[in-house]
Design a protein around this ligand. Sequence first.
Ligand code: PMP
Length: 305
Amino acid sequence: MIEKADWIWHDGELCPWRDASPDPFTHTLHYGFGAFEGLRSYRLRDGGLGIFRLREHIARLFESARALGLELPYRARELEDACGKVIRQNALEEAYVRPLVYVGDPNIIFAYWLNEVHVTIAAFRWQGYSDRGRQEGAPAKIAPYPRAKAHADLYKIKACGHYLLSNLAFGDAARDGYKQAIFLDEDEMVCEATGENIFVVRDRVLQTPSLGRGVLAGITRATVMTLARDLGYEVIETDIPVDALRSAEEVFTAGTASEIMPIPSVDGAPIGDGVAGPVTRELQRAYEQVVRGNAAASPRWVTPL
Ligand code: PMP
């Protein structure tokens, strides 16, 4: 359960969250035609607060909107500032911030371009998973919903409608006692998890599916690739057949909300030793340092509040 903050930013203004309710005929509510982002703020080592990779998240929101043919009535800088305002106005510290672009009424037909584009930014307190959760990781199930290769380019953006399958796959996995689901495409190549990109470790080489395989252009994915290379690992973007996943030494997911999360097993079969492996743990530590402003890349990636 999230702990709702008092204020949200809606169409250019801060307003009480309890007053924010879209009309039942809101286009996006019916058809999933919209885009969103998820960002995190962290308490920094110097005592301040910072948002991790704010510019990249807002840039991706614009890219997602553009790919859907939606023009945002704001500049990137305004939305970046708005994210900071929502955190400060609610006196939040470690938080998850959710900007959403949606299309409103009055046209119920599929002519989305006739409707107004709205932007809302909500936030809630979120300190991430416990150390234990990050060590135990998320046992995963292969999702029974293959991703269509023909739609691979669409999955590069963070469109609301994609999450129909993420919800279904997550529900399917949870009913069987798993904590995560992994999407394959029609060739049985690994795509990504329900809300995270995926990495496989073998012989000190990290592999991750290329963007052409129907995966979101994840910001944590990009962060992990840089951190891993800085630590001396080779990182390659390549096709990963489902069998390579099962025989890997380590598998982990990368995403803003859950950061770097081990996948100790797939469909009940343990991966490696079935616990967080040494490379995963090293990257978890490096990620923790960088988001908290304590690494060489931090000044580039952390926007102080
Ligand atoms: N894939 C999907 C489907 C996602 O929803 C997310 C979360 N945004 C990710 C990957 C990870 O992306 P990021 O690292 O930018 O949070």
